[in-house]
Structure formats: structure tokens, C-alpha cells
Design a protein. Structure first.
Length: 436
């Protein structure tokens, strides 16, 4: 009888772990009412009476929860923001918080258990001086280091993961993200040299993509990006590491970074009409990129898709609430192309776009439309983002993460944010992959 009594908590915990305890949050505005189901915690530790690893930690160390927790146009913020007037590096030590490091497989598990892209966590804002803030995001179920990625950390990660090429695919926000990756890696490696780029004239340049293949203009059809600031660009970052032999010989490496301009999930903006060397005929840009262009050299080790593309939502396929279903079919086609052509050695990440600055007069219309589009993406991609058996990984819901960070929004350039935002996200992406 005593043994049964001792087993009761474990039996109860097991039964409770089979039950999803949910709370429902409603985000309301004039144009949208969205229901988000939030799993209280997927950790098995929680059912044994323990709190989530980061729960309520900030209140115990004199962080102040800021008063603005609601958007005038789009309901309550899903991610709280705390502030402390003094920066204390030791506070955020993962060992002190007792959280596991964030990894891409852990994020897959969150999607699998929560049936949505993760956003649960807390922003911390430190006031360094009157003009400088420092932000750090702490997820509810794992931890990012608050420290900068050191030269040693980056080089060990590149060697361990055998990373030779990183590619971002997307519009001007993706382009700014690549700029942040270049800034981070330029300080960790010897340097990053800008070796090629398209002109910012709305049009893709065939010579950029077919640089090693002779062709006539009649062999291809390249047309408008519909984005004035979008252009593909390429960097090479040479660096050296110490070899494993006793004499500690230096090994030289080249890391390639590339931003591929893209404003549609599926489009025909870069068509190949006839066979050109390794480039086969195709009417689909994404097939040209994933099947042929990337294979022309070393296939990327990391591909970052930042979608949905703002140009496709606001000026193209969608444009109004209730029409986001139009994104489903092209998204299915893209998913098939990724599954068919991207090798298993490549890690593919999906990053939702951040929100539009709420001081913009169009934010009350655009943000609900963007949120609705991200939800469509989440529904269509859930099965593969949560699956442990593929190489397609989720990232955090940048729409929800960006909403409370008012000081990093650009007032006069609503779709974009300040450099610090992209630096923060780029650092977390690199750290996430290196931890995995």
C-alpha cells in the first residue's frame, strides 16, 4: 500500500503528460479576431510540479514589467517585455537560469507538441544610458547566451559542422538579415569580401546567376523583382584554423555568404529556355535555384527562407484579409521542390517576417494580413517543421517577437527595423545552428 502511495505522483504525472493543458488568448482588432492556442508547457518536468525553466525568473531579480502590453491596432502582445536599469552579464548565465541550450531539434519538438511556431518567452531590455538600450530574448523552454559569439566559438562551429556556405532567400528584410550575418562573421573571421552583386534596378541579372556558363539573352527570360531595394549579392569570408596534426599547421578556408533576392513563393521571374551546361530548362525560379544554381558550386549548408514575402502579401497574390488561402498552393509547390532537390546535408530554416511599425497609417490593415498569412504558412508547414526525420526547421515567430520592441522599429520605413534587430536575430540563428 505504501508503495502505491509513493507511486501516485508519478502515475498522476504520466496521465497529466498525456493531456495538453491549454490556455486561449484572443488578439482582437477591427479587422481580425485570432485565436491562439498556447500549450502551458510541453516539458515533462512541468507535470512533476516544477515551473518552466525560465518562468517568472525576471520578477525575482528586480526586472520591471513594462506597462505597454497592448497594441492600439492589434490587441495584446504575446511576448512580455521586462526592463532593468543596469546591465548585469551574470544574470543571464544559462547555468544560473537552468535552461537547456536552444537547438533546432528542440524547436521541432515545440512545434510537434504545440502545433504552432514557438514564440513563448520574455524580452529583457537593459538601459545602458539615456540613448542606448540592449535587448535579449529568453525563450520559456531553452536559453540563448547573452554574450557575443566569439571568434573561437564561430570557427569551432564552422569546423565542427563543416559549414562552407550560408544562403538567405527573400526580400529586403532577408537582405538586411544577411547584412547582419556578414557583420557578425566579419568580426569572427579574418574578413568578408563583397565579390558580386546585382544592380538595384528591379531586375535580376542573368550574368550574376550564369556567371560560369556562356549563353545568349534569347536562351533565358529574367524579369522584374517588384522590389526596388532587392538585389542578390555574394560574399567570401577567408579564414584559417589550426589543423589536427602535431605541428599545428594552419588550414585555410573560404566561407561563402549569399543573399538571393526573391519576392514570391513560386514565380517565373528567372526562366531557362534551353539547356545551358548544368542548367536545365525550367519555367519556375525556385526550381532553377534549388535544382541547378546551388548545385553549380558547393550546395549551401544552411538556407534561410524569410517568408511570407511582404511584396506578395501587400502588392501581389493576397492584398486583402480572407484571401490568404491563395498562398497555400504555391507553398505546397515550394515544399515539394525543397523535399525533392535540397540534400539532407543542408539545413533549411523558415523565419516568419516581423510586424509593420504601428505608427504607420497602414499598420492596422497590414499587420492582421501578415499575421493571417503567417498562420497559413504555419498550418501548411507544421507536419514537416515538427517532424524529427527531415532537415527543415522552424525558428521563432518573429512577428510576435518584434511587436513589443518599439524602439527598434523604423518609423519612416515601416516594413524594416533598425540594424540592431537584425543583429540580434542573426546571432540567435547562428547560435541555434551551432548548438544543434
Amino acid at each position: 500500500m505504501k508503495q502505491i502511495q509513493k507511486m501516485r505522483p508519478k502515475i498522476f504525472a504520466f496521465l497529466l503528460s498525456l493531456t495538453l493543458v491549454c490556455s486561449t488568448i484572443y488578439l482582437n482588432s477591427e479587422t481580425v479576431s485570432r485565436k491562439i492556442v498556447v500549450i502551458v508547457d510541453y516539458y515533462r518536468k512541468y507535470v512533476f510540479g516544477e515551473k518552466p525553466c525560465c518562468e517568472a525568473f525576471w520578477e525575482r531579480i528586480n526586472f520591471t514589467k513594462l506597462g505597454f502590453t497592448e497594441s492600439p491596432n492589434f490587441g495584446k502582445y504575446a511576448v512580455p517585455l521586462y526592463e532593468q536599469l543596469h546591465w548585469t552579464s551574470a544574470i543571464l548565465s544559462p547555468s544560473r537560469i537552468n535552461c537547456p541550450a536552444c537547438t533546432n531539434l528542440l524547436l521541432k519538438e515545440v512545434v510537434r507538441n504545440n502545433h504552432q511556431i514557438p514564440f513563448n518567452g520574455t524580452w529583457l531590455r537593459y538601459v545602458i544610458n539615456k540613448t542606448t538600450d540592449r535587448y535579449h530574448f529568453h525563450p520559456r523552454f531553452c536559453s540563448f547566451s547573452e554574450k557575443a559569439l566569439t571568434k573561437r566559438y564561430i570557427r569551432r562551429c564552422l569546423a565542427k559542422k563543416n559549414i562552407r556556405k550560408i544562403v538567405t532567400i527573400g526580400d529586403s528584410n532577408s537582405q538586411r538579415l544577411m547584412g547582419a550575418i556578414v557583420r557578425i562573421l566579419s568580426t569572427s573571421l579574418d574578413r568578408c569580401n563583397h565579390v558580386a552583386r546585382e544592380s538595384r534596378n528591379h531586375k535580376p541579372n542573368p550574368k550574376y546567376y550564369l556567371r560560369n556558363v556562356p549563353f545568349n539573352l534569347s536562351d533565358v527570360s529574367f524579369h522584374d523583382y517588384s522590389c526596388a531595394s532587392c538585389a542578390s549579392r555574394r560574399y567570401i569570408c577567408p579564414y584559417s584554423t589550426t589543423g589536427k596534426d602535431p605541428k599545428r599547421k594552419r588550414e585555410n578556408h573560404n566561407l561563402v555568404l549569399e543573399q538571393i533576392a526573391n519576392t514570391r513563393i513560386i514565380d517565373d521571374g528567372r526562366r531557362i529556355k534551353v539547356k545551358l551546361g548544368q542548367f536545365l530548362p525550367t519555367n519556375i525560379t525556385q526550381e532553377f535555384l534549388l535544382r541547378d544554381y546551388f548545385r553549380a558550386e558547393h550546395y549551401p549548408d544552411i538556407i534561410l527562407f524569410q517568408m511570407p514575402f511582404l511584396h506578395e502579401i501587400y502588392y501581389g497574390r493576397v492584398r486583402s484579409p480572407g484571401t490568404t488561402w491563395k498562398l497555400r498552393e504555391p507553398l505546397k509547390k515550394l515544399r515539394k521542390l525543397i523535399t525533392k532537390y535540397v540534400p539532407s546535408t543542408t539545413s533549411v530554416y523558415w523565419l516568419p517576417n516581423q510586424d509593420i511599425c504601428e505608427s504607420d497609417s497602414r499598420a492596422s490593415f497590414r499587420n492582421p494580413l501578415l499575421r493571417e498569412s503567417i498562420d497559413v504558412f504555419s498550418e501548411e508547414m507544421e507536419s514537416i517543421l515538427g517532424s524529427p526525420s527531415n532537415n527543415i526547421f522552424p525558428f521563432f515567430d518573429l512577428f510576435e517577437l518584434s511587436r513589443p520592441i518599439k524602439s527598434l522599429h523604423l518609423v519612416n520605413d515601416a516594413p524594416h527595423m533598425k540594424e540592431e534587430w537584425y543583429d540580434i536575430i542573426a546571432k540567435y540563428i547562428l547560435e541555434l545552428h551551432c548548438n544543434s
